[in-house]
Design a protein around this ligand. Sequence first.
Ligand SMILES: Nc1ncnc2c1ncn2[C@@H]1O[C@H](COP(=O)(O)OP(=O)(O)O)[C@@H](O)[C@H]1O
Ligand SMILES: [Mg+2]
Length: 396
Amino acid sequence: MSEAYIVEHAKRYALAAFENDTKKNYEAAIRNYEAAANLLERAVKLYPDHPLRDTFILYIRKYRKRAAFLRKLMIPQGTSGEEEDVYVEDDRGESDDATVEREESTSGTLKPPAFVQTEKPNVTFDDIAGLDEAKQAIKEAIIFPIKRPDLFPLGWPRGILLFGPPGNGKTMLAAAIANEVDGEFLYVDAASIMSKWLGEGEKNVKKLFRYARERAEHGVPVIIFIDEIDALLGINISEVGGEVRVRNQFLKEMDGLQDKDKNYHVYVIGATNKPWKLDEPFIRRFQKRIFIPLPDKATRKKILELYTRRLDLAEDVDLDLLAEKMEGYSGSDIKDVVQAAYMITVREYFEKQGEEEKPRPVSMSDFEIVLSKRKPSVNRKMLEMYEKWFEEYKAL
Ligand SMILES: Nc1ncnc2c1ncn2[C@@H]1O[C@H](COP(=O)(O)OP(=O)(O)O)[C@@H](O)[C@H]1O
Ligand SMILES: [Mg+2]
């Protein structure tokens, strides 16, 4: 088997898997996901230098996870009443629009597309330190209009963009919104919309919005959260021109939400670490743009408290001083530092096999050792880029 052959067939199995997944032919979907994962695994082993190696590994994991999830869902299994659509080699090529139509008309209960995550994660606004302005802006733009649309005769923004350096709570905020809002929350990673491995980008965008609109027409407010949204415009592994069509489709769908008669409660929140990758028409669709900055000192202290809460700390640990020293560190940097400091004590504990009952408390010097090695992941130049971008686009 050649490399191209393996990859091509993995792709076909994957496409068959999505189709079966959408049609609720779970048994067939599981088999197809497994087959796709197995082939990709082979590709990874046989061609360790393949440029898409990391992508393959990612999708092997995704397919296995989805297969495992479906397996759980199968007990007990209802009859779907639809034909199985198992991929056999040299079966027909890509799915076309007719397939999409069919999915829509035959599925009695509406089901989100396979690349969407709908589980509500266990995070609330209170678990997120700081970001008070962002939380307030989100309440005013989403939570209040959903609760009392009558108080918003002038409408509300359909598009909200969260942007800022990585590791400061954008994805976390999304999770919290899901919990604060009584409605349907659709989490989508933009990379999965774009990837050939999860179907075609342009069609995925269509499916996503169609599903959201239909739910909204049934009276359920829908929040679509698109993480790393810059990927919708980025270079990707699929055919040349694919990303342009995805972008255009996205703009079209965003405009469709503005329909004055329907007053859809569909909100689109995009998050990005690289706002400068977005073009102007794209940015315009997000009437509200919220900067998620690095934590200030008070917030750093809160984050430190949050992550040391369950640790045994020595008396000399001064979180206030640590917060002071950690200027420039992101929320996720801070979490990493705490973890690394704690690991020093765990490592010691295992080295002294059995001498102690548990690791000793984490001391100030553990933190200092870690801080001397672990520098902030966001540098000044990057921060200036965010500021410059915001200056330019805040009044667009
Ligand atoms: N404000 C915060 N409060 C608590 N934890 C935070 C905060 N910001 C970041 N973190 C930690 O860092 C991790 C990464 O944050 P995330 O929301 O994924 O960042 P982003 O999406 O902005 O890149 C989170 O899972 C959380 O553990
Ligand atoms: Mg994120």
